[in-house]
Design a protein around this ligand. Sequence first.
Ligand code: GAR
Length: 197
Amino acid sequence: MKNIVILISGTGSNMAAIVKTAQREKWAVNCGARVAAVISNKAEARGLKFASDHGIVTEVLDHKAYPSREAFDAALAQVIDRYDSPSQPVLVVLAGFMRILTPGFVSRYAGRLVNIHPSLLPAFAGLHTHQRAMDAGCQVTGATVHLVTAELDHGPILAQAVVPVLPGDTADTLGARVLAQEHLIYPQAIAKLLQRM
Ligand code: GAR
């Protein structure tokens, strides 16, 4: 059985979409995988309740309790590695995990560390993607699922969804349209990746 560990910082709607898809599509049987744990760097992350309500182990690791980025990432890896073994490899899924990861952490999980970003990468890496897409006059924007590499919001693209920018859009209305697509492409990209693991 492969163990999916999902990292969140807030709402966790992508995490919820993955959990619901895993249940609906019977990933335990069809992909040999289960969502083993949800880890948040914020105790108040709303997604934690959804995860525990669905019988998933949750952990909170407050980054503010660690003296450096390296120390936090080392502690995070220690928790993740509880779910990693040769017979049960871990897939680490970033789902709104708003932390820059150290190169050591990224290389430890190379090829099995995925992220979703709310833009059509390589355009608009970083924050405030929807406002920046509107300010640039983009007629379309979207979301990207990618393998994580040392460079922020870069790495081999696994899936993308394209969304129109409509007249009268605000960052919020556009963001909601993009998020609805994120909930579709992220679980499907993960299911594909699981087949390759
Ligand atoms: C999502 O839109 C995700 O793409 C974005 O944060 C949101 C999390 O929402 N991630 C990033 O910006 C990472 N660079 P969620 O907590 O409801 O899944």
